[in-house]
Design a protein around this ligand. Sequence first.
Ligand SMILES: Nc1ncnc2c1ncn2[C@@H]1O[C@H](COP(=O)(O)OP(=O)(O)O)[C@@H](O)[C@H]1O
Ligand SMILES: [Mg+2]
Length: 233
Amino acid sequence: MILEVENIHTYYGLSHILFDVSLNVNSGEIVLLLGRNGAGKSTTMRSIMGLTPPRQGSIRFKGETITGKKPYLIARRGIGYVPDNRRVFADLTVGENLEISERKTKNNARWNKKKVYEFFPALKEIDSRKAGFLSGGEQQMLAIARALMTNPEFLLLDEPTEGLAPLIVKALEDQILKLRDAGISILLAEQNVKSALKLGDRGYIIDDGKIVYHGDINDLKKNEDIRKKYLMV
Ligand SMILES: Nc1ncnc2c1ncn2[C@@H]1O[C@H](COP(=O)(O)OP(=O)(O)O)[C@@H](O)[C@H]1O
Ligand SMILES: [Mg+2]
């Protein structure tokens, strides 16, 4: 198991947001974190990344406890984070956005600009364009590409397809599957179970900060009650 989240409780100030959340991701797996808007998906990712550390519970990455560690240390251990707002540097070019994210690892680094451009050929075409002028789909690709430049073994993808046109969504889903095939384990937040079905086998549903379902995504497809209760159909 690459990631183990055990009984975490997370707060924003006095607001108790996550209640006893547990989930895990096996090596080489895409696991879905499903739930409607405000359910706690992003807070779970922020908890794992150390941005909003849990006050109770524990998080282990590759068997080592990372609870309470600083975000940059967690990133250095091999977790890449692509937040929901696709924070790219608008005034930097695509190429510059990638270069400033590069992190050489001890074992000969898998990802560099050249490899990333092989993976996302569309980005190579716009290497010298300012990121502020990119389309939503291009920005999302760049956000993922930047995370790859840190050589992650595990990626947190927060609603990567949100607000994108159907054709772009399809292309992005194919890329996400290729990342998994390249050996990167993924926890992917998503509101739409239909889109989720194409990407993962296993998923959790979070609602009001609590895990309310865990299981096979195909079973979810058949389970209309749960879908209607907790998800956008
Ligand atoms: N910075 C914040 N301060 C206070 N409350 C927040 C903050 N961010 C999110 N929340 C609240 O936490 C809950 C979970 O939000 P979030 O994790 O963003 O849900 P999701 O990603 O599933 O849409 C919501 O009720 C939201 O209003
Ligand atoms: Mg969110």
